[in-house]
Design a protein around this ligand. Structure first.
Ligand code: NAP
Length: 256
């Protein structure tokens, strides 16, 4: 029996089979979960095709985390496929690569910064609050961060957004703990996904990572991060909330 046997999970933010969310959906199914995936806009068609590459084709619902109508409709849209939720995965980020990433820290205009913060940080609150009517005690919310305790080359306003996401997770943990809902993040090392490829200069970080991480690092392999997300969704972390689990080959623990 898998560690998510019988659990009902929403994975928000799946575009390609390279997406971390895809690996989470696949691993969750392998561990016995029923999974619904979401994406938005023009990429929805791609997500529908990609859903067929999972071990079991997953239903796809439309969710733009900045759209109040989509958020309000989420329980009904999920209700067409699942009779409740035991877990929600936030695998969503966006910053305009022309203005907010890749060395544009000092010149990024506020509307673009605001968009990055809304989509990448505030949306953890939006998605969790929208899902709350379906979440019962014992449920788990898991998001994905890139260690925001330090500044990185090229990451710029996404780094600031991730700092906001990490803080947001702690406040959600505070407010949802009394309902028995846990909120945690996985801090993954650099992975070659669509989002990462869009960051000018992020690839320099990837080669350095594999040299310095004690366990080494394969930037093509999203499975370790996905397995950690699935572990946090499971009943094996019943007393853990407001936590950030590093899945980075041990890079964060090394000074040089
Ligand atoms: P990805 O495949 O591009 O996933 C990001 C997802 O966010 C995409 O499905 C994207 O949809 C979606 N998204 C963007 N704006 C949205 C909105 N307004 N509403 C709903 N969904 C929206 O890249 P990924 O690397 O797997 O990213 C998943 C998460 O892991 C992100 O939080 C990312 O910051 C985090 N992470 C990534 C790395 C890395 O090195 N790749 C490392 C640590 C953490 P579209 O494709 O349609 O825009």
């Amino acid at each position: 029996m898998g560690i998510l046997q019988g659990k009902r999970i929403l994975v928000a933010g799946v575009t390609m089979d390279s997406s971390i969310g895809f690996a989470v959906a696949r691993t969750a199914q392998e561990e016995g979960a029923r999974v619904v995936i979401s994406n938005f806009g023009r990429a929805l068609g791609i997500t529908r095709r990609i859903a067929g590459r999972l071990p079991e084709e997953a239903p796809v619902v439309e969710l733009d985390v900045t759209d109040e109508d989509h958020l309000a409709a989420l329980p009904d849209r999920l209700g067409e496929h699942l009779d409740g939720l035991d877990g929600v995965v936030h695998s969503i980020a966006y910053g305009n690569p022309e203005t907010t990433l890749g060395g544009k820290f000092l010149t990024a205009p506020w509307p673009d910064v605001a968009q990055a913060l809304q989509v990448s940080a505030f949306s953890l609150k939006s998605l969790t609050a929208a899902s709350l009517p379906l979440l019962s005690s014992g449920s788990s919310v898991v998001g994905l961060t890139f260690d925001a305790t330090v500044a990185w080359p090229a990451y710029d306003w996404m780094g600031v957004a991730k700092a906001g996401l990490e803080s947001c997770a702690r406040y959600l943990a505070r407010d949802l703990g009394p309902r028995g809902v846990r909120v945690n993040l996985v801090a993954a090392g650099p992975l070659k996904t669509l989002a990462a490829k869009a960051i000018p200069g992020f690839d320099g970080l990837e080669s350095m990572w594999s040299d310095r991480a004690p366990l080494g690092w394969d930037e093509q392999d999203t499975t370790p991060a996905a397995r950690a997300v699935v572990a946090l969704l499971s009943d094996f972390f019943p007393a853990t909330t407001g936590e950030i689990v590093h899945v980075d080959g041990g890079y964060h623990a090394q000074g040089a």
